[in-house]
Design a protein around this ligand. Structure first.
Ligand code: GLN
Ligand code: MG
Ligand code: MG
Ligand code: MG
Length: 443
């Protein structure tokens, strides 16, 4: 059962907590925190702590900058790597305006709003299981991160003398002590690349956990003298890092994606949910793949999706339906990468899926062939489109999609697009090493 304010008070007392970090994320999913001492806890739990919202990217202008933090007691955990004497705990917060209304620029609120939409349709819970991948790199003699890894391992390899394996073990231990149920952790395809999977839970809990996960992985890596990165494609020519999002909906204690009476045991609504995700896939990409670099991962040859299709067998399409049925029946969206804001990513996925259910959006038939091997003509005959080729194209799709704007709310959507267009332009005007290599001697 979930922790209450009273539980937080007694835990803080029993565990000798001295410092409490109040955390939230900006619209880009970057974790922010204010540290308070335990003496301030009462004030914090009463939602009386204020901060200046104008100094947070994408939040508000100076004139309207007072924001209040309301800690969610169910998110109370102790940081296990800190000393037990004068322990450090954290609470994730919702953000409120001075007049007591929820702040519409708070990503947690954006996800809550999508979840309310699901509830109004009778779905009590959106369950999500994420599979976050990341790289572990060495730091140089000055402690600056590099893209060098000494490990030569690949998928599921176990190498006895690998710094990365040790770091990953400590990450799993830290996460477990913070209430994560780790289902699997393994070396991924590329050298230096790892994956840690934790048990599915409801969407809000999982979004909180993803943000916490990234922070823990980076912290523990640093303690091992390594740099962990969730950048989607740090090295050209080898696999990038994805964060597959396995999704399902619950109604009356049942997984509504499962229907034992149909040939493939996938319910009609699950097909419509897929239909919705496919329909909005290009706009969703702006949120699930929010960086210039994200689109360097979405290329063929590295198990990352490029084409808008679904399959129950192969892994080349955007959506896969894993073989598990019953309570574990789910839809795996393979485009998201671990640099995204998980609250916004889940909010837009859910709204797209619900829209599919509402409008009975039937997806095209499953595509069980390798889509990468098809010709353009074959793909277009089957109605298989592709994901945006770069951030700019994705942002234009987001700008055009009324449903996605509604899912994010005007405030978040506009600030997100404005900031990302500037980011795109900063990239666009650069002269990249590739161009020097290609043209310097040619012309
Ligand atoms: N790294 C791949 C990606 O970018 C996924 C590999 C896998 O988990 N099968 O999505
Ligand atoms: Mg996996
Ligand atoms: Mg993987
Ligand atoms: Mg997967």
């Amino acid at each position: 059962s979930k922790l209450t304010n009273d539980d937080v008070r007694s835990l803080a007392n029993d565990l000798g907590v001295k410092f409490i970090r109040l955390q939230f994320t900006d619209i880009f999913g970057v974790l922010k925190n204010v540290s308070i001492t335990v003496e301030q806890l009462e004030k914090a739990l009463a939602g009386e702590l204020m901060f200046d919202g104008s100094s947070i990217d994408g939040f508000v202008r100076i004139e309207e900058s007072d924001m209040y933090l309301r800690p969610d007691p169910s998110t109370f955990v102790i940081f296990p790597w800190k000393p037990r004497d004068g322990a450090v705990a954290r609470l994730i917060c919702d953000i409120y305006n001075p007049d007591g209304t929820p702040f519409e620029g708070d990503p947690r609120f954006v996800l809550r709003r999508s979840l309310q939409e699901a509830e109004s349709m009778g779905y009590s819970t959106m369950n999500v299981g994420p599979e976050a991948e990341f790289f572990l790199f060495h730091v140089d003699t000055e402690g600056r991160p590099t893209t060098v890894t000494h490990d030569r391992a690949g998928y599921f390899d176990l190498t006895p003398v690998d710094l990365g394996e040790n770091a990953r073990r400590d990450m799993v231990l830290a996460l477990e002590s913070m209430g994560f149920e780790i289902e699997a952790s393994h070396h991924e395809v590329a050298p230096g690349q790892h994956e840690i999977d934790f048990k599915y839970s409801d969407a809000l809990d999982i979004a909180d956990k993803i943000v916490t996960f990234r922070f823990v992985v980076r912290t523990i890596a640093q303690r091992h003298g390594l740099h962990a990165t969730f950048m989607p494609k740090p090295i050209f020519g080898i696999a990038g890092s994805g964060m597959h999002l396995n999704q399902s909906l619950m109604k009356d204690g049942k997984n509504i994606f499962f229907d034992p009476n149909l040939p493939n045991q996938m319910s009609e609504d699950s097909m419509y949910y897929i239909g919705g995700l496919l329909k909005y896939a290009r706009a969703i990409a702006a949120i699930t793949n929010p960086n210039v670099n994200s689109y360097k991962r979405l290329v063929s040859g590295y198990e990352a999706p490029v084409y808008i299709a679904w399959s129950s067998r192969n892994r080349s399409p955007l959506i896969r339906v894993p073989a598990k049925r019953g309570l574990s029946t789910r839809i795996e969206l393979r485009s998201p990468d671990p640099s995204c804001n998980p609250y916004l990513a889940l909010a837009v996925c859910l709204r797209a899926g619900l829209d599919g259910i509402k409008n009975k959006t039937m997806p095209p038939p499953a595509c069980d062939r390798n889509i990468y091997d098809m010709t353009d003509a074959e793909r277009s005959e089957l109605g298989i489109g592709n994901l945006p080729e770069n951030l700019y194209a994705a942002l234009l799709e987001l700008q055009r999609s009324e449903l996605m704007q509604d899912a994010l709310g005007k405030h978040v959507c506009q600030r997100f697009i404005d900031a990302k267009l500037i980011e795109w332009d900063r990239y666009r005007i650069q002269v990249h090493p590739w161009e020097i290599e290609e043209y310097l001697t040619k012309f």
